[in-house]
Ligand binder design. Sequence first.
Ligand SMILES: [Zn+2]
Length: 298
Amino acid sequence: MVELASLKPQKSCNVFDLAEQAGFDVGDWIASSTDKRGHKANPKYCYEWSFTEPGKVVIFNLWYQNMLHENGLIKQRGNFRADAASHRGPNGKTQWRTRATRLDNALQAALIGNLPIRVIVVDGKQRDKTDPNKSTEASKVRKRELDPEPWTLTAYDMATGKFELTRGILDQEFVDQFDMDQLAKSGPKKIETSSSAYYRDPKVRKAVLRRANGMCELCGAKGFEMAGGAVYLETHHVIPLADRGDDDVFNVAALCPNDHRRAHYAQRKDDIQQELLALLRQLRISNERLRQRVVNSD
Ligand SMILES: [Zn+2]
């Protein structure tokens, strides 16, 4: 079990170095620099709360003070969309609203686009949001370090922006039929199923299950809870792999078992396929829009 205290940053590393280390392309950070202290102090980047490299990685700056230790896991919960909304109004700070919105968009981009998540843990004097006299005083970061472990977006509510990030790669919260096949195969009886004929990237299946957040993407019903508490849904390639459908998150839907069978055998299976294709097309469009929004452009 990892102690929360081991995450407390001890060094005051440069954001530039940490972002670069985590896989963010710092080319524009250098190219757009106008600060005489050099590109590492580029104000376009160095005060940002998140960095998104489309198709590659999302980096979040998270306060050590806001992390929790729960059931052996390190988590952070919050809502940057609500945070952004709180910066509207007469005393609101535009740049904080922009940064909070960008962070909320980056969470969505990570979820929809299945991007790895890295965290820069920051420590120092955090802005006091509760005291109206001090709530416009900026936070002061004194220490920051890149967490060597990747994180997982374990919950995100598209409607409200509420999120939960958990340290580590967490896959067991949501399971599908292939996880169950794995379990069956590791037991004494070997079970061969036709569904294992094509290779399916487990990362894609897991990303789709996380995106669905336990609800069938066709009917909205919650998948059933298994004995260990994980939620079960089935992953379905909308254009079958046999028909050269892609094994990516924009061709896979998470469905309740009943809808999954319907997608294969129902009289109106073609309608179901069209409905799912429309849903995935919409997600692809959202993903493209997010790509535009999350890049640090102003
Ligand atoms: Zn369903």
